[in-house]
Design a protein around this ligand. Structure first.
Ligand SMILES: Nc1nc2c(ncn2[C@@H]2O[C@@H]3COP(=O)(O)O[C@H]4[C@@H](O)[C@H](n5cnc6c(=O)[nH]c(N)nc65)O[C@@H]4COP(=O)(O)O[C@H]3[C@H]2O)c(=O)[nH]1
Length: 847
């Protein structure tokens, strides 16, 4: 209510102020409009006077000095313009019911009614005169003078507008008029200086206008009041309506707010009910999820619960399944039942430390099942607390990772062991040697590395195939492991090379004893697939610390020692000596020198005659390569051919031999010699080389000697490996027209059936059999068997290394076709060979 009262008060005050402002504005407007009316009236009055003056100017001139001041009242007289203006003013005032009135006034009055009769005129006139004085000669823009006065209680606009001599006739008449003697006296009393001459535009008089304002203000005030009452009424009505609406609105708002509050409180209630519902659902869901997890865990994990003393109180089926124990066997026991001895005391101490701190322990444990097998689990052991917060049980959740562990172990094994023999590989061996030497350095112990290379293994591998070779290697590994102690290491270096590392030796002699034991074990016959074979071995020994301080040096030096044994005739053992490294270095240097030997023209060919038993003539010649080294002198093929083979250089060198042999045939033929076929050695590497046949065909085409001019000798060993491929190669070689011989026959393991598949023409009995033919009945028997077998297969037989007439006759008696050896001739230079070719037949046959 208080607010409403204040509002009504403010409203009333605003209305009152508004009313006063409007009233004041209306009065101001009325005053401004009255001023405008005064301007119009003044303008019309002076215009009327001016028009009138012009119209009566002629009459005034004709009548002399014009009418006197009272002429207006005289019959037949024309009033002067001022008089006329006075009359019009009076008439207009009456006509307008005194809305305004005006009359001419002047300081120089001719009659009293026109003088400056009141304060306003006396105040205003000098202001007009001042304007006249400021522009005495020129027409000026007169500014009227006005003010509002209260006259007899009424507000009146008083207005004085200049009525100047607007025409020359005005000035002329006034000047002439003043000269009239009867009015001169009055003029003087009016203050006009004697002799004053008026000029056009000079101030003669003025029009004094009075406009009563009260009437208009009364009228306007009435209207303002009516309007104010109307507006006030509207405002009151509007405000009342507004208040009413406002009151209604606030009532509605209040009720809305109440409703809203009710809604809010009910929403809150609903929300809390929802929250409660959601919480309940969440708990149910969580419980359901937990149950699912528990089921999942139970199905996939091995779960057990132990009491605080570590005794098993609960187990799940998975644990029974993996451990093989029954529930009854486990409850009440502790986890030591699963002990595998894979973990030390520290492992379990650390585990219990963690658990006793109330923390979860995680780790991998190797357990033993009831049946004895090991299994691996990834474990999390969680301490469970009772209501008082102290640990009263332990929950163990484990995942079986046995397969993963095995795979890891397999991978580790593959990375560190030889897949064929299961022996330690070179990488792990180096590691073990390194670790053992660190220990030996501290204890100043002796150690030894034995480098073992199998003799004749290549022949077995090549002749009997890789499977047989692999079986031999596996058996060798087994025998080696049987020789050594638990702390020793047997490793496979690669191919047919093995290493035995003896980390703790009482003396250097012990290494030799071990080498002998190994060699004696390996020398026992190997029986593979019912076939018996002998494998020899060469052993090189390097001792720690004298032959090397680290694994690499010891391995290298034992290798050098092993090579020394090979050079010395194999199947033996030797200790490393520093000069052996020189030999190894020599071998390396020789390979690099061999590389450019052909380009440097260091190769030359020798020719060894092959004599026909029946003819006694040179029926063929074997081509034998020689290396004329600038520093080393003539290097025998047995020194450089194996190096050429291992380095792969034998392929280009072999091509050089074929080309040089063809060139020699051409040269001899050109010299008119009858050249027998030349037999060229092909190494196993060449035979297995993919483009051998194409290369030989190309050389034959290029050299144009004819395929019948060449024979090729292939060692028995090289024929046995990759059987089908070799057979195909040899068949294609025969297809070129060349003949084939099997060299060193008897040293390999060729079977009769295999020989039948090969397109060979000749067998060359190895020199080793011929050599002891007289003293060794076995060799003689072998030679005899080979010759008879060759006959049955319709193959030609050549005996190599015939040095004595006995050997020759023996072979001849057995039916050998040809022979070769120092008895007939040593390998000859090209010149000597040419000379032999020119000799007669009886010279070829030894006496
Ligand atoms: N003690 C003795 N030795 C005799 C007698 N008759 C011949 N010889 C030697 O026996 C070897 C025969 O050659 P091989 O068995 O093919 O054995 C050859 C052959 O396997 C290889 N060779 C030689 N030249 C070449 C070649 O151009 N290419 C290939 N791949 N190997 C070659 O080198 C081996 C050795 O060749 P050489 O030192 O020239 O030794 C030659 C020859 O000098 C004898 O009555 N008594």
């Amino acid at each position: 209510m208080h607010t409403i009262a204040v509002l009504i008060g403010v409203f009333a005050l605003a209305c009152g102020c508004g009313y006063l402002v409007v009233r004041h504005a209306v009065n101001s407007t009325i005053e401004r409009q009255a001023l405008t009316v005064a301007e119009i009236v003044a303008s019309q009055a002076t215009t009327a006077r001016s028009v009138y003056a012009r119209e009566i100017a002629d009459k005034l001139t004709r009548d002399g000095f014009g009418p006197n001041v009272d002429s207006a009242r005289l019959p037949g007289h024309v009033p002067i313009p001022a008089q006329f203006l006075k009359m019009v003013g009076r008439a207009s005032s009456e006509q307008s019911h005194r809305l305004y009135e005006y009359r001419p006034v002047s300081r120089w009055n001719l009659e009293p009614t026109q003088g400056l009769t009141d304060d306003f005129l006396r105040w205003a006139w000098p202001q007009l005169e001042a304007q006249d004085r400021s522009a005495p000669a020129a027409p000026i823009e007169w500014r009227a003078v006005s003010r509002i006065e209260t006259v007899q209680g009424q507000r009146v606009l008083r207005y004085l507008s200049a009525d100047a001599a607007s025409q020359q006739s005005c000035a002329a008449c006034h000047n002439a008029y003043e000269k009239k003697p009867e009015i001169l006296a009055r003029r003087l009393s009016d203050g006009v200086p004697a002799g004053k001459q008026w000029q056009q535009h000079q101030l003669l008089g003025a029009v004094a206008i009075s406009i009563p304002l009260d009437k208009a203000q009364q009228l306007a005030g009435g209207q303002v009041n009516e309007t104010a009452v109307f507006i006030f009424g509207i405002l009151v009505a509007s405000f009342s309506a507004m208040f009413w609406f406002n009151w209604r609105l606030s009532r509605q708002e209040r009720s809305l707010r109440e409703t809203e509050n009710q809604l809010k409180s009910s929403e809150l209630e609903t929300r809390s009910a929802n929250a409660l519902l959601q919480a309940k659902q969440g708990v149910e869901r969580a419980f359901a999820e937990l149950s699912t997890y528990m089921r999942g865990i139970d199905q996939h994990a091995i779960v057990s619960v132990t009491d605080r003393r570590g005794r098993i109180v609960q187990v799940n089926d998975k644990l029974l399944e993996i451990s093989g124990f029954s529930r009854e066997e486990l409850i009440g026991q502790d986890h030591r039942l699963f002990g595998s001895k894979a973990h030390g005391r520290e492992f379990f101490a650390q585990m219990w430390d963690t658990l006793e701190r109330g923390e979860t322990w995680r780790g991998t444990i190797c357990n033993r099942a009831k049946a004895g097998g090991l299994y691996w689990v990834d474990s999390a052991i969680v301490p469970l607390k009772d209501a008082s917060g102290s640990v009263d049980r332990y929950l163990s959740i484990c995942i079986d990772i046995t397969e993963r562990k095995r795979a890891e172990q397999d991978m580790l094994r593959m990375a560190t062991h030889d897949s064929l023999t299961g022996l330690v590989n070179r990488a792990l061996l180096r590691d073990r040697i390194h670790q053992a030497l660190e220990c030996d350095k501290r204890t100043q112990s002796l150690a030894a590395v034995l480098f073992i290379d199998l003799d004749q293994f290549k022949a077995i591998n090549d002749s009997l195939g890789h499977e047989t070779g692999d079986s031999v290697l596996v058996e060798v590994a087994r025998r080696l492991q049987a020789c050594v102690r638990a702390e020793d290491t047997v490793a496979r270096q690669g191919g047919d090379e093995f290493i035995v590392f003896l980390p703790h030796l009482p003396d250097a002699h012990g290494a030799g004893v071990m080498a002998e034991r190994i060699q004696s074990r390996l020398s026992l016959p190997f029986v593979i697939d019912g076939r018996e074979m002998i494998v020899g071995s060469s052993v090189g020994i390097a001792l720690f610390p004298e032959d090397g301080q680290d694994a690499d040096t010891l391995l290298k030096n034992s290798d050098s020692a092993m090579y020394q044994v090979k050079d010395a005739g194999r199947n033996h053992y030797t200790y490393f000596a520093p000069h052996m490294n020189q030999l190894a270095a020599d071998r390396y240097a020789m390979v690099s020198e061999l590389r450019g030997a052909a380009e440097r023209d260091e190769f030359l060919l020798n020719f060894q005659p092959i004599i026909g038993m029946a003819s006694g003539r040179i029926e063929a010649m074997e081509v034998l390569l020689r290396w004329q080294h600038p520093q080393r002198g003539l290097v025998p093929p047995m020194q450089f051919i194996p190096l050429a083979e291992t380095s792969g250089l034998i392929v280009p060198i072999g091509e050089w031999v074929i080309r040089a042999a063809c060139a020699q045939i051409r040269a001899w033929r050109a010299a008119g010699l009858q050249v027998p076929p030349l037999a060229i050695n092909l190494s196993a590497i060449q035979v297995h080389h993919k483009t051998l046949v194409e290369r030989i065909a190309a050389i034959l085409r290029e050299m144009e000697v004819g395929a019948g001019a060449l024979e090729f000798e292939i060692t028995e060993g090289s024929l046995m490996n990759k059987t089908d491929e070799v057979v195909s190669t040899l068949r294609r070689l025969c297809g070129l027209g060349v003949r084939l011989a099997i060299d060193d026959f008897g040293t390999g393991y060729s079977s009769l059936s295999y020989l039948k598949r090969l397109p060979v023409d000749t067998l060359k009995i190895d020199r080793s059999f011929v050599m002891d033919i007289r003293s060794d009945a076995e060799d003689a028997a072998i030679v005899g068997a080979v010759i008879s077998m060759a006959r049955s297969l319709k193959l030609k037989v050549i005996a190599e290394g015939v040095e004595t007439p006995y050997q020759l006759e023996f072979l001849r008696a057995l039916g050998c076709d040809q022979y070769q050896g120092f008895l007939a001739s040593k390998p000859l230079s090209a010149i000597d060979a040419a000379r032999r070719l020119t000799q007669r037949v009886p010279d070829d046959t030894p006496a």
